[in-house]
Design a protein around this ligand. Structure first.
Ligand SMILES: Cc1cc2nc3c(=O)[nH]c(=O)nc-3n(C[C@H](O)[C@H](O)[C@H](O)COP(=O)(O)OP(=O)(O)OC[C@H]3O[C@@H](n4cnc5c(N)ncnc54)[C@H](O)[C@@H]3O)c2cc1C
Ligand SMILES: Cc1cnn(-c2ccc(OCc3ccccc3)c(C(=O)O)c2)c1-c1ccc(Cl)c(F)c1
Length: 470
């Protein structure tokens, strides 16, 4: 039930950052009747031509969809996305191997980042109790008074007071700066050696150049490339590679040689000219892992989304986790009757371990894929996952399934996965041991018959051999 703030005299909530999580969060708070104000440093992307520097499309999965459902736009966003029912693993020899994600309804969606952000801003703006301010960059804020200082569109500083500040200003959050000045605030930031760069596969003869309803993956150990489909029948490829390897490729010939060696089938799809143009157009972007705790300061500020937990994108969960942050916070608001002094610490207590578990899992996946995942290993692992799940559907649930297609708490999913790995390992040991014992028994019982020989006859043969040797 939506309420206007004036009627029930609700508190003022300031949301710093009008990106994916901030824009969604604005609707969550507005739906509760708060007086919501968004402060976004960039211009209104609904008027901008191109949004620079961010991945062009993203994988939306169950957790994110549940958050969109809460504000009534799940179906609209799903209709704007392209379902990916399986992975398509591209081997070096050009063979493409599909591996389904699971049951019929289990698919992830490729959605356009900018369109999603625009939709979320418009939904938030439609509430009578929300106000959107663009070209407002947060400079600082005070935990004691809730006073915020912005760099405004006219170049002057602007003040704003809020009862609750929600920092959704991304991995390099300005809201978080104030947290760093406080005792017992834990923070870490890690840039990984890999960077990423986006390329485009144009349509061919007016249609998708590859099968569209797949997450296309080229796993090459150190180098990985993925391709997600777009509504305009293009694919956005994201190449992940160590910066030192990006830096080695300085000429068109070196670039072509690299792709011929590692991603030969993608060259005719991308096109040589487009590959040369796009690869050298922009520098590779950095990937950072940010983790912090607590997520709150007193009863006046809370961090959500990448501002709280920026994760490496090797599980496709960053946005989904940030969207789920909004659901969890909203549930706790119900539990504690919107008492910020109780809600904020409870949010940190409940949510931080889950977000940290997911960020660590994404990092683990990065390390695993970088170190030994090629197409053969990828296919083997997924075949094993799907087979064990088919044989023991209630006992063995693939980790990717728990993370992507359920709302199992991230930390619980990791614990369950670790337990499953133990069960599988022990099961393999037992199976192996029983196989050896069984084989020995069968060999003895049914193997080639040896003449029966007594111990005395055996000893006499040993003595005879000794005598012959001397
Ligand atoms: C290459 C790549 C691929 C990815 N793929 C996926 C995927 O497939 N699926 C998935 O779930 N996630 C994916 N992610 C992660 C996803 O992009 C992020 O988790 C998500 O964008 C986080 O949203 P956010 O709103 O928290 O932060 P952001 O999207 O960074 O938005 C922060 C907003 O705050 C604004 N801002 C910053 N500073 C200030 C300030 N001082 N004052 C006011 N406003 C400010 C910014 O302009 C921005 O609009 C990927 C990330 C990368 C890098
Ligand atoms: C954008 C997005 C959405 N989901 N995933 C994703 C991630 C991991 C996966 O498996 C882990 C694994 C595979 C093989 C062996 C161990 C673990 C799977 C899968 O199972 O299909 C899918 C990605 C993604 C993002 C970046 C890279 Cl580089 C990438 F390859 C995929």
């Amino acid at each position: 039930m939506d309420h206007s703030a004036k009627k029930n005299n609700k508190k003022r909530v300031a949301i710093v950052g009008g990106g994916l999580v901030g824009a969604l969060n604005a609707s969550f708070f507005a739906k509760r009747g708060f007086a919501v104000t968004i402060f976004e440093s960039r211009e209104d992307i609904r008027c901008a031509k191109v949004v620079k520097g961010r991945s062009i499309n993203l994988a939306l999965s169950h957790r994110g969809r549940q958050a969109l459902k809460h504000i009534g736009i799940e179906e609209k966003i799903v209709s704007m996305g392209i379902p990916m029912h399986a992975r398509m693993i591209h081997s070096l020899n050009g063979k493409q191997s599909p591996i389904p994600y699971g049951k019929k309804g289990q698919y992830i969606l490729s959605v356009d980042r900018a369109n999603l952000n625009k939709e979320l801003l418009s939904v938030a703006e439609a509430y009578p109790n929300t106000k959107l301010n663009f070209n407002h960059k947060l400079l600082d804020w005070s935990p004691e008074t809730g006073a915020m200082t912005f760099h405004g569109p006219d170049g002057n500083e602007k003040e704003f007071h809020a009862d609750l500040i929600v920092g959704c200003d991304g991995a390099f959050s300005a809201t978080r700066k104030q947290f760093l000045r406080r005792s017992r605030f834990n923070y870490s930031q890690t840039y990984i050696p890999h960077g990423y760069l986006e390329l485009t596969i144009p349509p061919r003869n007016g249609d998708f150049a590859m099968k569209p309803n797949f997450l296309h993956i080229w796993p090459r150990h150190t180098f990985m490339m993925i391709a997600l489909p777009n509504l305009d029948k293009t694919f956005t490829c994201t190449l992940f590679m160590p910066f030192e390897d990006f830096e080695k490729i300085t000429t068109g010939n070196e670039l072509l040689g690299f792709f011929q060696k590692n991603f030969p089938d993608s060259i005719p799809l991308i096109g040589v000219d487009a590959l040369m143009r796009d690869f050298f157009r922009l520098p590779a972007q950095a990937l950072v892992w940010v983790t912090c705790s607590p997520y709150h300061v007193l009863d006046s500020c809370v961090l959500m989304g990448d501002a709280a937990h920026a994760m490496v994108p090797f599980y496709g969960q960053g946005m989904n986790a940030g969207f789920e942050d909004c659901i969890v916070f909203n549930e706790i608001m119900d539990q504690f009757n919107e008492d910020f002094a109780a809600v904020l610490p409870e949010y940190t207590r409940v949510r931080a371990p889950d977000d940290q578990a997911m960020a660590e899992l994404a990092m683990y996946n990065y390390v695993e894929m970088r170190s030994h995942v090629n197409s053969r290993y990828f296919l083997f692992r997924k075949f094993l996952d799907n087979t064990l799940h088919f044989v023991m559907p209630k006992t063995i649930i693939p980790l990717y399934t728990m993370i992507t297609f359920t709302r199992t708490r991230y930390r619980q999913a990791v614990i369950q996965w670790q337990w499953q790995n133990k069960v599988i390992t022990h099961g393999l040991w037992i199976f192996g041991t029983m196989s050896i014992v069984g084989a020995a028994y069968l060999l003895l019982k049914y193997g080639p018959k040896k003449p029966h020989i007594t111990a005395e006859q055996l000893w006499n043969r040993v003595l005879a051999l000794k005598w012959l040797q001397n």
